[in-house]
Design a binder for this molecule. Structure first.
Ligand code: NAD
Ligand code: TYD
Length: 350
């Protein structure tokens, strides 16, 4: 596989790059604009690998994407580049439409021209769009889980922009015959997640003695998947997924936000105890997110049945590993929580 990974300096992208290199990829080219969420330190573990190349640039730059596909003779694309944080999409939706929708359009057009110029590549070429379960909207407590045939009903500007991108990908398969794949995954956690998302934010705040903000009543449910399991699913889809197909990926690990935060507090009490009291005392209920989806859950049986994938880590093990990773990587947390990060926290949690 000779692959272009966009957004490879972000949380999932950097984990995917390491996974692909560890599993025999011939060439891995990363294209990343290095927004506030992208960080070259996330790629430090693979920096010395001669099969890896980093290019700073945007997926909006179609000429650059086309040039990379051509000069590197790539046969695979995984598009992970995105604006990815729901709360930011509520404060400033425009960047989400620009990057997630227009950016995907440019990626698809670059891929289409490239394949059309190289007919011998047509059957082998794969374009994977890494999407989210948030495109399906929200579930009531007793609704069946989301699956590949659930109708799209996005509720946040982020989810709407990812839904728009998925529709473009589908159309490029149906209309132009591009070998596309779409994955819709549930909430990820693990190493290198930027501390604006719930789990690393709570870890960072807990260790800094700050309040642990729970939106609303904290009874919203997410289906948590360790990023390592997500990367294994993506690798299976790239290797054996059928063109034009969609795959739902989930952890079979539904937890309320309050349960997740409580679990993190208990793990910190065990691994980094405070002089007195529990981290649970820092929990603070704050104003709810507008349009806050109540429950996400994924039925990943298609992926199990057709590609033999299922998550290999339990949430209990995965969350403990993640807490230990953040405790061991204080330097990384310090580096990414300077400057722009502080401005975001000050504005959003004021
Ligand atoms: P992230 O915010 O950590 O990383 C996004 C990366 O994209 C960053 O490195 C950023 O610099 C880069 N980027 C942003 N705009 C760009 C542009 N115009 N050109 C090139 N690079 C650009 O996000 P993540 O959590 O790693 O998510 C990666 C992908 O997976 C996203 O598409 C997201 O929608 C999807 N996803 C995420 C989750 C999750 O729980 N985090 C779950 C399902 C799907
Ligand atoms: P998040 O990590 O932003 O992922 P998403 O919104 O894409 O699911 O949030 C996960 C859940 O945690 C979501 O229900 C919102 C909630 N949340 C809080 O309660 N407090 C916070 O400070 C954050 C960032 C999220």
């Amino acid at each position: 596989m000779r692959i272009l990974v966009t957004g490879g300096a972000g949380f999932i992208g950097s984990n995917l790059v390491a996974h692909l290199l560890a599993h025999g990829a011939e060439r891995v080219v990363v294209l990343d604009a290095l927004t506030y969420a992208g960080n070259l330190q996330n790629l430090a573990p693979v920096q010395a690998d001669p099969r890896y190349r980093f290019v700073k640039g945007s997926i909006l730059d179609q000429a650059l994407v086309a040039e990379l596909l051509e000069s590197e003779r790539l046969d695979t694309v995984a598009n992970l580049a995105a604006e990815s944080h729901v709360d930011r999409s509520i404060r400033g939706p425009e960047a989400f439409v620009e990057t997630n929708v227009t950016g995907t359009l440019r990626m698809l057009e670059a891929a289409r021209s490239y394949v059309e110029a190289h007919p011998a590549l047509r059957d082998r070429f794969r374009y994977l769009q890494v999407s989210t379960d948030e495109v399906f909207g929200t579930l009531a407590a007793d609704d069946p889980k989301f699956c590949e045939t659930t109708p799209y009903a996005p509720n946040s500007p982020y989810a709407a922009s990812k839904a728009g991108a998925d529709h473009l990908v589908r159309a490029w398969h149906e209309t132009f015959g591009l070998n596309t794949l779409i994955s819709n995954c549930s909430n990820n956690y693990g190493p290198y997640q930027f501390p604006e998302k719930l789990i690393p934010l709570v870890l960072n705040n807990a260790l800094s003695g700050k309040p642990l903000p729970i939106y609303g009543d904290g009874q919203q449910v997410r289906d948590w998947l360790h990023v390592g399991d997500h990367c294994e699913a993506l690798a299976s889809i790239l290797a054996r997924g059928a063109p034009g197909e969609t795959y739902a990926i989930g952890g079979d690990a539904e937890r309320t936000n309050l349960e997740v935060v409580g679990t993190i507090c208990d793990l910190l009490d065990r691994h980094r105890p405070k002089n007195a009291g529990s981290y649970r005392e820092q929990i603070a209920f704050v104003k709810d997110r507008p349009g806050h989806d109540r429950r996400y859950a994924i039925d990943a049986r298609k992926l199990a049945r057709e590609l033999g994938w299922s998550p290999s880590r339990s949430f209990t093990q995965g969350i403990e590993d993640t807490v230990l990773w953040y405790l061991d990587h204080g330097d990384w947390v310090r580096d990414v929580t300077s400057g722009a990060y502080r401005d975001w926290v000050a504005e959003h949690y004021a």
